[in-house]
Structures are given as C-alpha cells and as structure tokens.
Design a binder for this molecule. Structure first.
Ligand code: HEM
Length: 527
C-alpha cells in the first residue's frame, strides 16, 4: 500500500519557493516575450546598451541635434529606449500632421514623473502643461484659452505698448552709459517679457527692482532645478528612485513656495476686483467669467502661475536670438528699417494697426521663430491608447517627442536652413489666408500644434510684434569692438540647453545704435 510520508518543513519551503520562482520566471519570460513582440513592431531604433538603452546617446549635444542626426539614418519616425521608457521621436511635418493633429485624441497626453506630480499635483492641480489628456485638462485649458483669444488680447494693447517703450528706454540708456555702447541685452529682454506678462495676467505694473520679480524668478528657478535631465534619469532607471526621496521632499517644498507666491497674486487681484480698483487682466477675466465660478483658489493660483511662467522666458529667448542674429545680418535690418520708414515715418513708433503693411517685419518674426525656436523639442506628449501607424505599433504610455528643430531645418521645406532669410516667408505673408493656413504651408511650428498647441500663442505673437517692430524702428545692432578695435564675436550656432530643453543663446554683447536724433524722444513717450 502506498503511504504518503509527510514532507519535512524544509522540503515544503523548498517546494513552495521553487513553485513561486517558477511562476515568477514564467511571468518574466511572458513579459519579456510580450515586450520583445512590441519592440519588434515599434518604429526603428538605433542600437543601444543593455538596461540603459539609448540614454547615453543623448549626452553631449542638444537633444534636437542628436535626434535630427539619427533621423537621417532611421527616417522621420524612430524609437529610443530610455531605460524602461520608450520614446518615439517625430521628425517630419507629415508625421506630425498624421499623429499630433489628426490623431490628437491619442497623442495629446503627458507622461508625468513623480517629481512633476509632486510639483503640480497632477490632474488634481491646474498646471496645464503638467496635466494628462482628459476632462480636467480640457476644462482648464478651455477657460485659459477663452481669456487669451486674439480679440481679448486687444484689451492689453496699451499695457504692451507701455512696457515695450520701457524696454526701448532701458536699451537706449544702457547703450549711452557704456563707453563703447556695448550692451548685453539679456536682462533687459527678460524684464520686458516678465513685466509685460505680469501686467497682462494680473493687471499690475512692476518696476525692475520690485520684490515680485525676484520671487517670481526664484520660484521659477527652483521648479526648473527639479526637472533637470539628471532628475529625469530616475524615470528611466527606477532603481535610482530610492535616491530620490530628498528630491520629492524638495518638490513639495518648492510647490508650497510657488503656491504661496502665486496665491498672493490671486488674492491681491481678488481684493482689487472687489474694490473696483483693478485694470483689465487675463486672470480678472477668468475670475469673473461665467463658467469658472467653480474654480478653487488653488486652481486659480495654478492657472495664474503657469500663464505667467510658461511664456515670458520663451519670449525673452526669442528677442535675445533676434538681437544676436541681426548683428550678423545688417542687410536684414536695413531692409526692415526702410519698410518702417516708408509705412510709419520717423515721428511716431509703429503700432499694431501697421502690422498688415509691414510685411518684411512680419517675415523677420516668422523667420526667427523658425531659425531658433525657443522650445525645439516642444514639451513631450504621451499616447493615451495603443495605436498602429505605417505598420508600426505605438503602445499606450509612450512618450512622443516632436522634433520641431528637424522640421524647421528640413532643406526641402527651407532651402539653406542655416541661413537667416526672412524673404522665404514672403509668399506666405502676401498670399496665404493666415488665419487658416493649410497645415503644410505653416511657416513654423515654434508654438507646436494639435490639441496641446501653445495656449499663449496670441499673447506671444502680439508682444513679439510690438517689441520687435519698435526695436527695429529705433535701433541698429552692430558688433561691439574690444580695446584692440577687434570685433567682439556673437555666437549664433552654438547655444545652451535650458532645463526645460529650451535653446538659449550664449551671453553676448552688441552695440545698440539709435537710428536717428528723434529716437530719444520716441523711447521716452508713453505709447
Ligand atoms: C515665443 C513665445 C512662446 C513659445 C515659443 C511657446 C512655445 C510653446 C510650446 C512649444 C508648447 C508645447 C506645446 C505642446 O505640448 O506640444 C507650449 C505650451 C504652452 N504654452 Fe507656450 N510658448 C510661448 C509663449 C507662451 C505664453 C506667452 C504663454 C502664456 C501666456 C504660454 C503658455 C503655454 C501653456 C500654458 C502651455 C501648455 C499647453 C498645454 O499643455 O495644453 N506660452 N508653448
């Protein structure tokens, strides 16, 4: 008769343990084979290393340059394995149109890191760029968008004019106070854009030494320090997350400071609205418009902070690039000045109603946004569903990078892309129906496209137009000379990558020369 011997406890443990191990191993194998299947169907990928994949290939050069080089080998859509994450990089206008525009419901989410969730409270907060695609984001974005339409921006024209003239005055004074009139305009442009945005968003006027500027810069800087590439590494290699407790604690501290500072701005505006002492502002519009009564103070704080912070740096970067590029292209400046003289004359500054007739100036602005887009890889999107495209599989949760730089430097679209040539946009300016151009006819994608397109685009375009046209009407940019009489170089090929993957010109100094004797009077005028 068969007798079953009770197994010893150690044998039982062994059996159970080996059972568990077997199940784990099978699961791992199944997972590995599932991943291998998905990987095989992904768009092509450059060879990578075990575990880290392609991460190491992104060190050194700016990401947009690395991606553009890779796309020459791999085609307009390719995959990068960033540790445990998959990135798919889009490098042509056709692919961007097919996926970001036409399949916007799938390609408009964000993949949020632990740090960005801690900083912005994820979808519970209202920091638009840090929200996934869904009803909350749609609602907050709709509210922000309706306060930033082209018609609404007309209400801030006087504010923009006043701030622009303050910038011209600072440039004029800076050029007079330095013996060789060599000026580093970066700080002046920074103050111009931050003070203009503050005035438009909250209806307040701030001076250069205002404490709010310092605090706003500090809070912004603290946020950017938390989203540096090294902080992102833990998202690719989760084993590093153990080391990140301190970073997460810091993120919460930074968020508290951010909410305190921007909360004070909302509170101040609320008080002015109750007292009837405020002027028109975007946040005032949002706080009093029908349909936004349910917004909490925290949501208002987040919306106000993001609208103030998201755009002013990008606008300043664009002004800094233009000033640097103009030093290299005197003929562009002369042509623009001749157009301004013809349309506006010398006795007043150009304004928004002159825009239609200042076609060459319009081309200059389009060209600087193409030539050096402030955010050349946009803000990464993420897929919210599995998809198939051109026979490839694109799984849910994939990070999608729009390589704006590659599109802006595609020689088929822009012959000699490294030449700054405003003329290339003249046909568009003269003939295209600018409010609804064909997608392929768009002169640039600096504001990205699709459902996530920059919500502050109308403000940015208006501020850049007034800032740039008045700058061109008042000044000529020349190379400065050093003590030996030699030209001080201004770098326009190499640049710095900012923490938000922005493309920032290296520090430079140029001569800012007033165009004529009437400039002193013009820059001192109120409007
Ligand atoms: C030259 C100036 C500017 C440039 C080049 C620029 C560029 C961009 C880009 C590339 C994006 C990412 C879009 C995407 O995810 O595909 C973006 C998003 C955004 N921008 Fe701008 N921007 C500028 C000015 C502004 C201004 C002035 C504001 C606010 C008044 C603003 C507010 C935003 C917001 C809130 C988002 C997030 C949109 C979302 O996630 O739905 N931007 N911008």
């Amino acid at each position: 008769m068969l007798t079953i011997q009770p197994s010893s406890p150690s044998k039982t443990y062994l059996l159970v343990a080996s059972g568990i191990l077997a199940v784990l191993a099978i699961r791992r194998l199944a997972e590995a084979s599932r991943r291998a299947k998905i990987d095989a169907a992904l768009p092509p990928s450059p060879p990578g290393l075990p575990i880290i994949g392609n991460i190491h290939q992104l060190s050194g050069n700016p990401p947009e340059i690395v991606f553009t080089e890779m796309s020459k080998e791999l085609g307009p859509i390719f995959t990068l394995k960033m540790g445990v994450q998959r990135w798919i990089v889009l490098n042509s206008i056709e692919v961007v149109k097919d996926l970001i525009v036409e399949r916007g419901t799938i390609y408009s989410s964000r993949s949020l890191s632990d740090v960005s969730i801690a900083l912005a409270r994820g979808d519970q907060g209202a920091q638009i760029p840090f929200m996934t695609y869904g009803e909350e984001w749609k609602e907050i974005r709709r509210i922000a968008h309706s306060a930033l339409t082209k018609t609404k921006i007309n209400n801030y024209q006087r504010t923009i004019n006043v701030r622009t003239n303050a910038m011209l005055k600072s440039l004029y004074e800076a050029s007079r106070s330095s013996p060789d009139s060599a000026v580093n305009p970066a700080e002046i442009f920074d103050f111009y854009t931050v003070s203009t945005i503050f005035a438009i968003i909250y209806g307040v006027d701030i001076e250069p030494n205002d404490e709010r500027i310092k605090k706003c810069n500090q809070v912004g800087h603290d946020v950017l320090m938390l989203i540096t590439p090294s902080e992102q590494l833990a998202e690719f290699l989760p084993v590093l997350k153990i080391l990140r407790r301190e970073t997460l604690r810091r993120a919460i501290q930074v968020r508290d400071n951010l909410e305190r500072f921007w909360g004070e701005q909302v509170f101040g505006l609320k008080k002015r609205l109750q007292e009837g002492t405020t002027i028109e502002s975007v946040m005032g519009q949002i706080m009093t418009s029908r349909g936004s009564e349910h917004l909490s103070d925290l949501q208002l704080t987040h919306i106000g902070s993001v609208l103030s912070f998201a755009g002013s740096e990008a606008m300043s970067i664009t002004m800094r690039w233009l000033c640097a590029v103009l030093a290299h292209y005197p003929e562009v400046q002369e042509k623009a000045f001749a157009e301004i003289e013809h349309v506006v004359g010398h006795n007043r500054l150009p304004n928004e109603s002159d825009e239609e007739r200042l076609q060459y100036v319009q081309c200059i602005i389009l060209e600087i946004l193409r030539y050096r887009a402030a955010a050349p890889v946009s803000i990464p999107h993420a897929t919210s569903k599995d998809d198939t495209y051109r026979g490839y599989t694109i799984p849910k949760g994939t990070t999608i990078v729009i390589n704006i730089h590659a599109i802006h430097h595609d020689p088929k679209r822009y012959p000699n892309p490294e030449v700054f040539s405003p003329e290339r946009h003249m046909d568009y300016v003269l003939t295209t129906n600018k409010s609804t151009p064909e997608f392929s006819e768009r002169p640039h994608l600096a504001f990205s496209t699709g459902r996530r397109v920059c919500v502050g685009m109308n403000v940015a375009e208006r501020v850049l137009f007034i800032g740039i046209v008045r700058f061109l009407a008042c000044f000529r940019v020349e190379f400065a000379t050093d003590a030996r009489g030699e030209r001080v170089p201004v770098e326009i090929v190499k640049y710095k990558v900012g923490n938000g993957a922005t493309c920032i010109p290296l520090q430079y100094k140029v001569k800012i020369v007033p165009r004529h004797g009437g400039v002193a009077g013009l820059v001192g005028s109120e409007l």
